[in-house]
Design a protein around this ligand. Structure first.
Ligand code: PLP
Length: 358
């Protein structure tokens, strides 16, 4: 790897964040959510580092199979279940646990033969994405429990607004889920990261932390550090040029920013071709020699520019941190009008990944 643009992934921080999740739900089992390539961190490396997790949650069969082929032994839950009957053969073969969110899946289970699976029945308590209604649950549960293809049924739901700690909708969802408390199921699960950190009553038998494991706050008004989380990914690049421009000269495509005075402008070798968001405004910070320095002009595919007026010692070759240690991804996400989840998932394959244990 010759290009200095790289992501360092601190697996010790990842493990630390799992212990924080445990601290919030000491009596719960933890299903670590590692879909979308471990939220962009490298799914296999993340799974290997999180060997204390009680299970893993992924979005699709391909992700689950990749984990099994890498020798990951823990239970693996398919959060979207399956769509076609022939997927059941793979679910059996790789010993996976599908989420059942639609009666059509039960039809397929009933029509198939094979071992008895542990399944997670998803209840729609208000997310209105996947799941059966609380009213449908008793009949569906009876059907599942009498199906020879079903060994154990666990009940789960997903919180829609838990990232807003002032929004009572979460309490309403929990209440709807608790209305099913009388039913006899093997286990229950409600909490994502926001549930774990902000809504203690959602811990239940199993919690399903995702974003917090990567050191990022799930809330819209805090950063990971405030929850004792440590960033796992630090995105780094290098200053490859420093040029002095005259007052009034425009910087980059479209000339959206002009130098207010004669000034040094740094050029950093990273852009949207690496996953850095193109639409952050001028003023969005990077970290240069431990100091926050503003981006000026538009981010281009391979480069972005910095206002170096307050950095007289900046030199070509200096390292620039785009997010991670010392600069929370939450701040960059806010500037980009998105969430940390998206930025982490979108780092492209051109960026070299280095795993550390610091
Ligand atoms: C069903 C389910 N559970 C848990 C999670 C983890 O959520 P978070 O990353 O907010 O902790 C997700 C992520 O989208 C999910 O879809």
């Amino acid at each position: 790897m010759t290009r200095a643009t790289r992501a360092t992934l601190n697996l010790r921080a990842l493990q630390h964040n799992l212990t924080i999740a445990r601290r919030h739900a000491p009596d719960s089992k933890l299903m670590a959510i590692i879909k979308a390539n471990g939220y962009g961190h490298g799914m296999i490396e993340v799974a290997q580092a999180l060997n204390d997790a009680d299970a893993f949650g992924v979005a699709c069969l391909d992700e689950a199979i990749a984990l099994r082929e890498a020798g990951i032994p823990q239970p693996i839950v398919l959060l979207e279940g399956f769509v076609r009957a022939d997927e059941l053969r793979l679910i059996d073969g790789f010993q996976l646990q599908p989420v059942i969110h639609h009666p059509a899946q039960i039809d397929m289970l009933e029509a198939s033969s094979g071992p008895a699976l542990t399944v997670w029945l998803k209840v729609d308590t208000g997310m209105h994405r996947l799941g059966v209604t609380p009213e449908q649950v008793p009949a569906i549960l009876t059907r599942l429990l009498s199906c020879p293809r079903v060994g154990a049924v666990r009940l789960m739901t997903h919180l829609a607004n838990a990232d807003d700690r002032d929004d009572d909708y979460t309490l309403e969802q929990i209440r709807r889920f608790e209305s099913l408390d009388e039913l006899s199921v093997a286990a229950r699960s409600i909490a994502n990261s926001a549930g774990l950190l902000g809504w203690a009553q959602s811990a239940s038998d199993w919690a399903r932390p995702g974003i917090m494991l990567y050191g990022v706050s799930p809330f819209n008004n805090s950063i990971g550090e405030q929850h004792d989380l440590r960033p796992v990914m630090t995105l780094r690049a290098q200053l490859i040029a420093i040029n002095t421009h005259k007052a009034g000269e425009p910087i980059g495509y479209g000339g959206s920013w002009r130098c207010p005075e004669p000034m040094p402008v740094g050029v950093v070798a990273i852009g949207y071709g690496d996953g850095y968001p193109r639409h952050v405004p001028s003023g969005t910070p990077v970290l240069l020699n431990n100091k926050r320095v503003p981006i000026v002009g538009r981010v281009s595919m391979d480069m972005l520019c910095l206002d170096l007026r307050d950095c007289p010692k900046a030199a070509i070759g200096d390292e620039v941190i785009l997010w991670g240690e010392g600069l929370p991804v939450e701040a960059i996400a806010e500037a980009a009008g998105t969430i940390g989840y998206e930025l982490l998932c979108k780092v492209t394959s051109r960026v070299g990944f280095e795993y550390t244990h610091e």
